[in-house]
Design a binder for this molecule. Structure first.
Ligand SMILES: [Zn+2]
Length: 172
């Protein structure tokens, strides 16, 4: 691995020592949303930025309930989750203009899930030629300042989505 600049890896180790709570379960306290990179918490679905992204703009969309798999979701939760996946793609597309997206689930540790007890969709924006970029940067990939900057660009878009959940204009 080629370490270019990765101070957050230390933060990860430190925070793992003291925080046992699930990174997805939003809890009732919204004051730490920015620190936790939480963009949206609805009645059924939430959106959080991946702290260890494959690329800038890597989002995670999860049910608010702490459940491991698709079988545990109600029909209403399934629909809400997929609607939020679509909305997140629309927001990323409008803000960052990627050429495509990878959207997927890692179910179980063996499949690559970092947190396998609380299911979540990965949404990874892709740009033509970004594989070269990712190969070069290896595991470091994105510096944390970029994550914070992107968080503050994405947040108002998700807040608009909160105010008007039915009226998202995907062309914007
Ligand atoms: Zn959880």
């Amino acid at each position: 691995m080629k370490v270019i600049w990765a101070p957050w890896r230390m933060e990860y180790i430190v925070s793992n020592e003291k925080v046992e709570a699930c990174i997805f379960c939003p809890g009732g306290d919204r004051s730490e949303d920015e620190e936790r990179l939480i963009l949206f918490v609805g009645p059924l679905t939430m959106v959080i930025m991946n702290r260890f992204p494959y690329i800038n703009g890597h989002l995670l969309v999860a049910p608010v309930r702490h459940v491991p798999g698709l079988d545990d979701l109600s029909g209403e939760e399934m629909l809400d989750l997929l609607v939020m996946v679509r909305r997140s793609i629309g927001i990323l597309h409008g803000l960052m203009g990627p050429d495509g997206f990878n959207v997927g689930l890692n179910l179980g540790k063996v499949a690559g899930a970092g947190v396998d007890s609380h299911m979540h969709f990965h949404i990874v924006p892709r740009w033509s030629g970004d594989t070269n970029y990712m190969t070069v940067l290896g595991e470091t990939r994105v510096i944390p300042e970029h994550i914070r900057e992107t968080y503050h660009k994405l947040l108002p878009r998700f807040q608009e989505a909160t105010l008007d959940p039915g009226g998202w204009d995907e062309s914007s």
